[in-house]
Design a protein around this ligand. Sequence first.
Ligand code: GAP
Length: 506
Amino acid sequence: MIKKEDFFKLLVAHCKEYGFIFPSSDIYDGLSAVYDYGQMGIELKNNIKQYWWREMVQYNENIVGIDSAIFMHPTIWKASGHVDAFNDPLIDNKDSKKRYRADVLIEDHIAKIEDKVNKEVEKAKKRFGDAFDEEKYKTTNERVMKYISEINDIKTKMTNALNDNDLAALRQLIVDLKIVCPISGTCNWTDVRQFNLMFSTQIGSVNEDASLLYLRPETAQGIFVNFLNVQKSGRMKIPFGIAQIGKAFRNEIVARQFIFRMREFEQMEMQFFCKPGTEIEWFKYWKEKRLKWHLALGMGEDNYRYHDHEKLAHYANAATDIEFKFPFGFKEVEGIHSRTDFDLSQHAKFSGKKIQYFDSETNESYVPYVIETSIGVDRMFLTVLSHAYTEETLTDGSTRTVLKFPPLLAPMKAAVLPLVKKDGLPEKAREIMDMLKYQYMCQYDEKDAIGKRYRRQDAIGTPYCITVDYQTLEDNTVTIRERDTMSQDRIAIDNIPSVIAQRMKL
Ligand code: GAP
């Protein structure tokens, strides 16, 4: 069992050693909260994007994809509310001079109380065995009830302070809860201030002509401003969706936990346009549908939960997060938001264009309502990676580090390995590699002893190792080794592609 505090150190080191993720500008000592994906990382990332695109665009006749530019007209961000309201409440500790997000300090405090609840529950589970009823325990055990009521009280106070933009109340809550700076250990806090998260740059070569641009903080606005283009050119009928995958940028002040919160990251967003009045029904539909997409990867139902928002963004009339149980606790991986007609109406107002949908069946025009599904590629990457990372002690006492990726997402689907580097085995293995590579990402490896090569494939999460041995030359069979169980079967060479497909449940 890896200790929580060691987990990230090990994961970050593993990602660098095996070509998943490197710090950006590594030879210049990196750039904070910016990362590069290496040769394995890009494969996993592409597979995640493909898994999303297939589900959202390919399987739905009424959802189409686009790829809008990162640079957009600056008025878009005024219209969307980002210039005025895309802020984080920040607070500094006067002793350590460290800056924090006030809401994150409070959330971390809540997480500590939640940890206490979980510990009590675990203890009781052990004590009561099969007869244990968690819900009943939480509503009857006095100590646990006290913790839960404390959590609810803090949440209410924080939500109210954020909703009312009452920064003094937010600071007071931090002081009242005796939250200290993790560096200085003191409670010597400044006032809370709002800080806009958008990066800005300039377009145009000469100072006088140059105008201020923002790097998009979400891909969604590129969809809204193309609503009419796509609807008209695609003759789309409501309800329909527009999806896109692309980079987004946020000047996160509290950037931490590896790729969980980055300054440059990628989003997979879909805006679903529907008739006003039907939005809550569609909100529920997408809420369920998106959770199913996560669960289908087989990373454990218990590792997911919904978190319905109490504090709604300025544009939303309902919102929920799908949270995943990361090593540092349950955190948001995807948001589903009912954005009303806010964005389209704002763009109509600021651009002076009429942005409406004409329903030819009812002969009426209206501004569609929108349900958004929004997930970070990198954050999804971290769910898959942190769930997959395992250190095992084997029966012979040796250890292995294995990435137990869902096979569908694994960077390499198979490795082709000649048992020895002589007697015609490499040539036979090359033939198999040439057959497989058109269908699957595969690696050929003939260097080092076979055991060492298996470990290398385990470390990058390859689900199947195909080994060519002397028997292969006699009867055209190979062994196929399963990554997780390490069990081996002998199969005919001709059957390799179909066996892989079957085992991957393709
Ligand atoms: N268009 C709505 C929107 O952007 P959001 O909740 O701010 O909503 C959506 O972001 C998703 O984008 C999050 O659930 C998360 O997966 C990802 N995300 C947001 N900020 C991120 C960051 N700084 N680094 C990595 N991923 C981030």
